[in-house]
Ligand binder design. Sequence first.
Ligand code: ADP
Ligand code: MG
Length: 271
Amino acid sequence: MSAAEDVSGDESREFERGTTNSVLHIDDVHKSFAGLHALSDVDLDVREGETHAIIGPNGAGKSTLLNVCVGRLKPDRGAVVFDGHVLTGKSPHEINQLGVARVFQTPEVFPDLSVIENVMVPALSKRDGHFSLNPFKSFAREKTLHSEAESVLESVGLQAHLSSPASSMSRGDKRRLELAMGLIQHPRLLLLDEPTAGMARHDTNATIDLLKKIKEGGMTKVIIEHDMHVVFSLADRISVLAGGRIIAQGTPDEVKNNPKVKEAYLGEEQV
Ligand code: ADP
Ligand code: MG
């Protein structure tokens, strides 16, 4: 039984809380590390098709929340529900098979593979349920995949680096490569942890344009971001984490003018 079938029964859909058009529902999530409350009472709804930014000072719990969503960390309490499927307790692979892709804060690429091979791996893994280099797989299919990988790499501006080893890329280019690895999966939900960190302003702006274009295709995105220019260029709604708690939620204008948010950022860059 595949991961997708495994969760398609009525049992997994019993959890229908949250707002009517919410595609990702985070319900009362807690996570501690050796007594440190990294996340407390976190409730959050992400609506279908929106770009939802999660912002907050360093150490606020943003990456921890994302890792809970993708199955890398188990919450101590609470649940994460995607499209009616309870994700909590599932493996990262099972969650990925349900249509959730992620771009981590520290780029995770295969250093010994070329750029284009890196992009083909997640696509193969998604289609086959696991990564396989079966020589009997149709050559035509591989060719189609190769040209799809090429066009995704072109969309992130890496068309000149197709056969370069991933290990030779700059940090900013590795981030773009990881974005391409997420996009080729055509996920329903893309989770991005600081996708423009380490990029020069020019590349950051190109990434903003790309993410805007993806939005037109209807993909739901959750973006953790420190760069307020990126946040305010892209976000439909923003949730603010501080000390592991959601302290504000709303449209960019609502959040910008919220005194609690200004207070949380004192000593850091201004919102
Ligand atoms: P952010 O992404 O908002 O900067 P994180 O989610 O990385 O914050 O971290 C939240 C808090 O949890 C920080 O105090 C951090 O030191 C701590 N933390 C995160 N991951 C771990 C871990 N694996 N073990 C112990 N402490 C952790
Ligand atoms: Mg982080």
